[in-house]
Ligand binder design. Structure first.
Ligand code: 5RP
Length: 218
């Protein structure tokens, strides 16, 4: 059921792809559907900046050109999903572990289009563990700092990011001031990125319900 909703919102997102543009894309199952949809109009775009080796594989399968972010100054649009989005358009991302590259690409995009099924749209963040990418040698030191913040850190076993780092998932953290928390966690030595997207949040949100797609703007 959720897959059908992911597929329909991915298809709808095509209407946001500017002609002759280079777009940025995220990672995960929703984005897999988006890449499939994009392949039908691939000749309308110049290429895609990819946020993960997994998305790269799918783009290659459809012969969609991949562009190096270092060759660009900015992007018109970045299209990605999220694990949770709150009513302020802030996101928790990183369930698939690609959060750092996703945050980098989002930071240079003029617009962030987030595409989700309705189950991810929440008034306030709840229950979903907050992912943090960390340099391997800092696993224990970062975990101790997370405990001081009131969270329960859990090392994501058998998972190495595309940047050859580890992921810690933080459980039970009460997120009151998300911008403050994002800055605070990002400041812990050894942290590469926290999967809280509050500073650079979504500009446009597409939410897929069984009978309709809702568009929400900042
Ligand atoms: C990957 C992400 C994904 O956007 C997030 O995990 C949602 O994935 P899916 O589309 O499979 O539900 O942040 O790092």
């Amino acid at each position: 059921m959720l897959d059908i909703l992911k597929k329909s919102v991915a298809q709808f997102a095509l209407s946001y792809v500017p002609k002759n543009s280079i777009i940025g894309i995220g990672s995960g199952s929703t984005i897999k559907f988006f890449i499939e949809a994009l392949s039908t109009v691939a000749n309308h775009i110049k290429g895609v900046v990819s946020s993960s080796s997994q998305s790269e594989k799918w783009l290659n399968r459809f012969n969609i050109p991949i562009v190096d972010l270092n060759t660009l100054n900015s992007l018109d649009i970045y299209i990605d999903s999220a694990d949770q989005v709150n009513f302020s358009m802030e996101m928790i991302k990183g369930g698939g572990g690609a959060l750092t590259r996703e945050k980098i690409i989002a930071s240079v995009a003029k617009k962030f289009l987030c595409i989700i099924d309705y189950s991810k749209y929440v008034k306030k963040f709840k229950f979903f563990p907050l992912p943090v990418e960390v340099i391997p040698m800092s696993l224990n030191s970062v975990s101790r700092e997370i405990i001081k913040l009131g969270g329960v850190p859990k090392y994501r076993k058998n998972f190495i990011t595309d940047n050859r780092n580890y992921i810690i998932d933080i459980y039970g953290l009460y997120i009151k001031n998300s911008i403050f928390l994002e800055k605070m966690i990002n400041n812990i030595p050894g942290v590469v990125t926290v999967g809280l997207f509050s500073i650079r949040k979504a500009d446009i949100l597409l939410i897929s319900y069984t009978n309709e797609i809702k568009e929400v703007f900042v």
